[in-house]
Each structure stands twice: as C-alpha cells, then as structure tokens.
Design a binder for this molecule. Structure first.
Ligand code: CUA
Length: 349
C-alpha cells in the first residue's frame, strides 16, 4: 500500500467500463473547472477598473449565438453522461441466465452466504473465475449494503424483500467485501473477503470442509412438506391452492384484477400475507406463516419452488451421501449460536 491508487483493483467484467465512465465524468469536470477558473482570472485582470475616473463599460445585451452554444454543448455532454450511465446500469441489472446463484443474508453484523450445493460460509465469499455469479440477498434485521469495490458492484440488502446483484470475476485474488450502509455500532466491522479461485479450485473448495449440509433446494422441499404447503398446493382434485410447479418466474392473474410476476418477493409476500394478492380462482383460505419460518427457511422454500418451475435447472445433488438427518439439517440453519432462543422455530411434522 505504499503506492497511491486512484481506483481499487479492477477485478470484474464491469470494472473497466465503470472506470471509463468515471474517467469521462472526471475529465469533463476538470476541463470545465479549470477553464472557468482561468477565464475568471484572465477577465478579472484584463478588464479590471484601473482608476476611479474610468467610465463604466458599455453593457452588452443579447447574443443568440452565445446562448445557443452554452445551452447546446452542456446538453450534449449531459446526454452522453445519461445514456452511457443508463446503458451500464441496465447491463448491471440484467442477470445472465447462466449465472450461478449464491444466497446472501445480511444481519447485524455479518454476511451469511450459502452456495448452490448447500455449503455455507460467513464473511467470506468464494467464487470461480470467469463465471457469472448472482447474489440473491435479504436481511434479517436492518438495511445493509453489499459492496465489493474491486468488482464495482454495490446493492442495498433489505429486510423483508429480496434484491439481486451480479458480477463476473475476471482476476484471481482476494478482494474486499464491505457493508456500505450504516447499520449499527459494528457496521464498520461488517465485512470480509471475496476469494476468486480457478473453477477447479472452487470445486475442490466446495467439496472440502465438514459443513456441507442439504442444498437449499432439498431443505426447501423438506419444509414444503413439513409445513403442510403440499396438502393444498398440488395438482390433484379439490386442491385449495394452485399447484406451484412451473409457477416461479411466470405472470399470475390476480383475484383483484391485473397480474403479478411470481418472483422471490411475491412468494414471500404470499407466505406472510396470503390474502394480500391472491391468485384468481382460489379461495382465501391460506394461513399466514408470519413468525413461523425464518428468512433463511423462506429462501430455501423459494429455491425449491424455482427448482420445480423449470426456469432454473433443479439442483441435482444426488442423495448418495446425506450427511445428516433432514431434521438436524433444518435446525442447522443457525450458523451461529441462537441466543434469543426463538429465531428458529421447530416445525412439527
Ligand atoms: Cu451492515 Cu453496515
């Protein structure tokens, strides 16, 4: 760190483009700032009133040419900034279909991360080089913000809803993970490291360690059964609720008119407040699961619904080696000792 660096290292596919736009903004600002300051100095000296008797200069009124120039030039510059920025913004918002999904939960004051095969880690994120990675994120308490400066990505992480962010790492190395939203006394310590590894190193890292548990899809399927969701949501006769296979990611007609995209937030809302936006043609009988499931469990149920939607390939982890009983896996949600004793509700079969 003895070398002065204007930008953090550029380690994602966005970094170069973000920096280029930033350079453009900086250079335009410098040109105008220096130009205006120099003109001010020059004109101040050149036309200063040298003595008391000097007559006041004649005022000039109206110059169409001048007015057009100083309106149109900044307008063009502002439009370049706007369209360039918007183009980049959309690129960063639209997640590629082949992105690997990593689940991120923020809480005071740590980042809890789970990989597609179920492996978990805290305040560390291991990702393979060159692979688009999508982080689906939520918070257990207050607003946090997931920020990796070297990737030039930052996204608020909110309680009660899901947000997403994606990136493609382009450089092997270790980078910073910050929380970029003041979230309480330990905010400044809520951070960690992002490790970009070769795909084969990542694979062996995934396999290693003893904390491999059920994948989110498997845990979600188990919850779907144990919570009784499957008793109403099936495709047989007399089903009280819609069959949820093939639903995730599609538009659903609403009882109240209109339609809604069945995404993460809609699924969660439907569990917390089932009568709120009910799908047309079904009775208002679903109970609320508010307080009965943790955010981590909701995330797992959503992962399961995604897997049966056909929009994302199902997690095909075989059952050859189930490392622990399903029940203990569910209770394993607590990555750290649960001191409140009530965060994790035990499901009765
Ligand atoms: Cu979490 Cu600041």
């Amino acid at each position: 760190m003895n070398e002065f660096e204007l930008f953090p290292e550029a380690a994602s596919s966005f970094a170069g483009e973000v920096d280029l736009l930033y350079w453009f903004l900086t250079i335009v600002s410098v040109i105008f700032t220096v130009g205006i300051a120099l003109a001010l100095l020059y004109l101040g000296i050149r036309y200063r009133r040298k003595s008391e008797d000097e007559p006041a200069p004649e005022e000039i009124h109206g110059s169409n040419l001048l007015e057009i120039v100083w309106s149109v030039v900044p307008l063009i510059l502002a439009f370049v900034m706007f369209f360039w920025g918007a183009h980049l913004f959309f690129k960063m918002r639209i997640v590629p279909a082949d992105a690997m999904e990593i689940l991120v939960t923020g809480k005071q004051w740590m980042w809890k991360i789970q990989h597609p095969n179920g492996k978990r880690e805290i305040n560390n994120l291991h990702v393979p080089l060159g692979q688009p990675v999508k982080c689906t994120m939520t918070s257990e308490d207050v607003i946090h913000s997931f920020y990796v400066p070297e990737f030039r990505v930052k996204q608020d992480v909110l309680p009660g809803r899901y947000t997403q962010l994606w990136f493609t790492p382009t450089k092997i190395g270790t980078y910073h993970l910050f929380c970029a939203e003041f979230c309480g006394t330990e905010h400044s310590r809520m951070g960690g490291k992002v490790y970009v590894m070769t795909p084969s190193d990542y694979e062996s890292w995934l396999e290693g360690g003893a904390d491999a548990s059920l994948s989110p899809v498997e845990a979600g399927e188990l919850l779907f059964t144990s919570l009784g969701c499957a008793t109403c949501h099936h495709d047989g006769k007399n089903s009280q609720g819609p069959n949820l296979a093939g639903v995730f990611g599609t538009m659903q007609p609403l009882d109240s008119g209109g339609e809604i995209l069945a995404d993460e937030n809609y699924i969660k809302d439907s569990m917390m407040n089932p009568q709120g936006q009910i799908v047309r043609g079904y009775p208002k009988v679903m109970p609320s699961f508010k307080g009965m499931v943790t955010d981590a469990q909701i995330t797992q149920i959503i992962a399961y619904l995604k897997s049966i939607a056909g929009t994302e390939e199902a997690d095909s982890t075989t059952d050859e080696e189930t490392p622990e009983s399903p029940e203990s896996a569910l209770l394993n949600d607590a990555l750290e000792p649960d001191t409140t004793g009530q965060r994790y509700v035990r499901m009765e079969q």
